[in-house]
Ligand binder design. Structure first.
Ligand code: 26M
Length: 795
């Protein structure tokens, strides 16, 4: 498509789709016009993919996830369709600021963090690999909350992405299912019939997901909740308008908000309703499609593979058994066998507080038939495995991990270390009973978004050096390796990073009013705020460094900009204290004349996918410092390495595999191993001993206790200091000295510009394996038993 064709299409949509005169069009109107012009190019490959799947009777993959953190979609579509140049030029010809048009799009923030972003990268790779697939999720009216800082404290506001025009979805009013809740189960002639007490409609909204070069498109189908009857006309006519609207309100509540990792009891019932609502609608849709094509329901596993993204969709298991047994009349054991040959489960965390459990009472009340089936499934498992000591029902609650495991063909972890720990800890007993069921599938990231689109400078250099083709064959980045010893290549690599940093410095100046030196080291930690991710250790290192700089202002310090980004769950008090501390430290450090430009702390509010796309290409150093054994994989770690930022990190999650691939000499390793961490927790007063052994740490904690960063309120960080001294489960104190020392090693290499650039470039050259294309190929072969559909040349 040429510039002129695209421009003409934009003008046509502006006029006929939106009824706007170009003379009066705003940025938003132009963004919609461009989006529609681009969207038109997706529809044909989308239909072609559907036709090819039907006519070839190919097996389909269904990815069920409560979260899809897809971010902006316009740039993604433009990049995948190869329309970058045409779009830029068309905008220029219309006198539009291309950047402004692109950044007008709100992020679709339908996820919390790693788990939701992984689902989005998987959708991209499934389409790129032309694997017939659907993503299923919820069309939340409000995505993850917006974060702002008031006097350093996190304040949450409702997010409102649907309040702006949205170009990418197609509402399917004809695809609606009635989903029941509550009620009773009737036993009749040996069969169970569930009579729900209430129901809502699940209505489908489809978003096409275009793959690389427009060769294939799959569908992301999100469910919105609607009332079964619009409103109570009788009540309306009596004048009670509020009561008349009540059924509609009640139904819509189900798809109103994304849960921000809620750790409290509030809204538990609504969360379970969301899970069943979406799982039941998806299972019904999958079976409708299957039965429209095939007669024998027993052959379901030959044509359908379902992946459960964590346990959030786990109730899909009992729901599938219910339909096969109660509605299709299969024997119970056969229904369970078919369901478990179809279903697979991915575990994303071993943290006990994050493993889902539902009270048996709530489950029996809301889903009476399902609770009985869960009991039967539990009995069936005990019967067929002799694993009688093991149960998915324990002390009045249903353990969704165990239930998902029992009903799965394959269960997978998300990094080699994490999968090993699954077998050793949470699922040890189940692994013994089913030794072939647990498999590892190390996470990956899509190189289209996380290199090609977000880092045009580096992707341009890559293409000039090794040619095109790496975009969907990322291991080809390995061909860069020999060029790293070429001083000319290193200079160009350094120039790209420098330009990205200058660009980010401008943005930080504009958005935050903080001036940073683009030649300083940009040291970045961006992820959800959690004790196990140890942002607290990072900020203690900032405090220790600041203290040392003040002591010896004459020393030749390596200038650093410490960048943080991330949100805390609204009910997670300790995480919120850590946020406040980072902001308080920033206030003191950034205005200290003794420090100047040599240390800055930057914490932009409302970290999201778009901000990651801005920060990662400009990073020098990637902070991956979780307590070993706690971060299941990480995926940000992969994005940084790919964009030429070496890691300072522990042997946790996928860090282990990153270090193996980039080479130990290109990775700053420190800290206890997972095994050593477990042993250290048994040592009495391990924190006290570590503090006594490290004057820097003792001094930094003393600053917290003295109120150095909270003048007027010396007690503000007492609680954090208490955790460090007496409840340091995440071993911040035990690892601090090693971390602080390793940071000085980082300084030393950074001083040697050439050595640093070589290290950075080797990270890019050796990160090809972390493409989500590799991950999806591996799921396809080892879990789903599907193969890519052959397609002709693309758009
Ligand atoms: C949040 C707040 C308080 C207590 C627990 C949580 C919580 C922690 C982890 C909730 C859910 C959690 O797991 C889900 C999740 O997002 N896991 C992430 O999945 C990514 C994709 O596989 C991995 O890369 C991350 O390591 C993993 O944390």
């Amino acid at each position: 498509m040429t510039r002129d064709e695209l421009k003409a299409e934009m003008l046509r949509h502006l006029q006929y789709s939106f009824g706007k005169d170009p003379a009066h069009a705003q940025v938003r109107d132009w963004r919609m016009a461009l989006s529609m012009a681009v969207r038109d190019r997706i529809v044909e490959p989308w239909f072609a993919a559907t036709r090819a799947t039907y006519s070839g009777q190919h097996k389909r993959v269904y990815y069920l996830s409560l979260e899809f953190l897809i971010g902006r979609l316009l740039e993604d579509a433009i990049v995948n369709l190869g329309l970058g140049q045409a779009a830029r030029e068309a905008c220029a010809a219309l006198d539009l600021d291309f950047e402004a048009v692109m950044t007008d799009e709100p992020d679709a923030a339908l996820g919390n963090g790693g788990l939701g972003r992984l689902a989005a990268c998987f959708l991209d790779s499934l389409s790129t690999l032309s694997i017939p697939a659907h993503g299923y999720g919820i069309r939340y009216e409000h995505g993850l909350f917006k974060q702002s800082f008031h006097e350093g404290r996190q304040v949450e506001q409702a997010e409102d992405w649907l309040n702006q025009p949205h170009a990418w979805e197609f509402e399917r009013a004809e695809s609606s299912y009635e989903i029941g809740f509550w009620g009773e189960v009737e036993e009749k002639d040996g069969r169970a019939i569930w009579h729900p007490g209430d129901a809502v409609l699940a209505r489908a909204y489809d978003t096409p997901v275009i793959g690389w070069q427009g060769r294939w498109a799959n569908t992301l189908r999100l469910w919105g909740a609607k009332p079964t009857k619009l409103f109570d006309l009788a009540r309306f006519n009596t004048g009670d308008f509020t009561a008349a609207a009540q059924p509609e309100e009640a139904a819509r509540t189900i798809s109103r908000v994304l849960y921000p990792d809620d750790t409290t009891d509030a809204g538990r019932e609504l969360r379970l309703k969301q899970e069943y609502f979406f799982a039941a609608a998806s299972i019904r849709d999958i079976l409708r499609r299957y039965t429209s094509e095939y007669d024998d329901i027993r052959r379901l596993p030959h044509k359908v593979a379902i992946q459960l993204n964590d346990t959030h969709p786990a109730i899909a298991g009992p729901e599938l058994v219910r339909i096969l047994h109660d509605e299709h009349g299969l024997a119970f054991d056969e229904a369970v066998q078919i369901a478990s040959a179809t279903l697979n489960y991915t575990n994303h965390t071993l943290l006990p507080e994050a493993l889902e459990r539902w009270s048996e009472g709530l489950m029996r009340h809301l889903l009476p038939r399902h609770m009985r089936l869960i009991e039967q499934i539990d009995d069936w498992h005990a019967r067929t495995t002799k694993g009688r000591t093991l149960s998915a029902i324990d002390q009045g609650s249903v353990k969704m991990g165990e239930l998902s495991f029992m009903l799965a063909n394959r269960v997978n972890g998300v990094s080699a270390l994490h999968t090993g720990l699954m077998k050793k800890t949470v699922f040890a007993e189940l692994d013994r009973l089913h030794p072939d069921r647990i498999v590892n599938q190390t996470n990956g990231v899509t190189p289209r978004r996380w290199l090609l689109a977000c880092n045009p400078g580096l992707s341009g250099l890559v293409t000039e050096t090794i040619g095109t083709g790496w975009e969907d064959d990322l291991e080809r980045l390995g061909q860069l390796d020999p060029h790293v010893s070429d001083a000319g290549f290193r200079a160009r690599f350094a120039a790209v990073k420098r330009a990205n940093k200058a660009h980010l410095s401008d943005w930080i100046g504009r958005e935050m009013g903080i001036s940073v030196d683009p030649d300083a080291m940009f040291d970045v930690q961006i992820k959800r705020i959690h004790e196990y991710k140890r942002q607290l250790m990072n900020v203690l290192d900032v405090i220790a460094t600041w203290h040392a700089m003040r002591g010896e202002p004459g020393l030749d310090w390596v200038p650093r900009v410490k960048i943080f980004g991330g949100k805390a769950a609204p009910g997670y008090q300790t995480a919120k204290e850590i946020i406040r501390l980072i902001n308080d430290v920033a206030t003191v450090v950034n205005s200290d004349p003794a420090i100047g430009d040599r240390l800055k702390v930057v914490y932009p509010p409302n970290y999201n996918v778009s901000m990651a796309e801005r920060l990662i290409p400009a990073a020098d150093l990637s902070e991956q410092i979780s307590t070993a054994g706690k971060e299941a994989s990480g995926t940000g770690n992969m994005k940084f390495a790919l964009n030429g930022a070496p890691t300072i990190g522990t042997l946790d999650g996928a860090n282990v595999e990153i270090r193996e691939r980039v080479g130990a000499g290109n990775f700053f390793l420190f800290g206890l191993t997972a095994e050593e961490a477990m042993a250290r927790r048994e040592v009495p007063d391990h924190a006290g001993r570590a503090i006594a052994a490290s004057p820097e740490l003792a001094q930094a904690i003393a600053h917290l206790e003295r109120g150095t960063f909270s003048p007027g309120e010396p007690d503000r960080y007492r609680h954090l200091a208490q955790i460090l001294r007496h409840h340091d489960y995440f071993l911040v104190c035990s690892d601090f000295a090693a971390y602080h020392a390793k940071q000085r090693a980082v300084d030393a290499v950074f001083r040697d510009r050439d050595a640093w650039v070589a290290m950075a470039a080797r990270n890019t050259a050796r990160s090809g394996w972390f493409s989500s294309d590799r991950t999806i190929r591996s799921y396809a072969a080892e879990i789903w038993d599907v193969t890519p559909v052959e397609v002709g040349p693309g758009a």
